[in-house]
Design a protein around this ligand. Sequence first.
Ligand SMILES: [Zn+2]
Length: 143
Amino acid sequence: MICQNCGAQVKEGNRFCEMCGAPVQPVQPVQPVQPVQPVQPIQPIQPVQQAKPINSNPQPIKPLIIDRPPFSNFCIAGLITAIFQIGILGLIFGIIGLKECSSKGKRGMAMGIIAIILSIADVALWIVVLCIFGYALIYDAMG
Ligand SMILES: [Zn+2]
């Protein structure tokens, strides 16, 4: 053993240094063990680093974009034909589009519903116009 105070050799088993009289404490070996323990808390940080690659953002975002279903072309076509008042065509496209949305999980259900409503309103308007026109024709023919 070496005296902590003066650096002189101390016989094994002596509690005090023969040169300077300083106590030779067997505490020494205990102290180096304690600094080792604070190193251990560093290890719990590693699981956090390992968790980061799992949470790494670019990877989960890509599947989200892929999973997002495309719009139903029939719903879009139905809405366009309904807006341009091609009547029945918008109704047919709207119904096919809605079926496509429910069966294939495509988006655009709202467009399909609007297309159907517009088409029905359009067809109803034409029926009313034709009825009035027909009634007028009949009225004229009757004299
Ligand atoms: Zn000493």
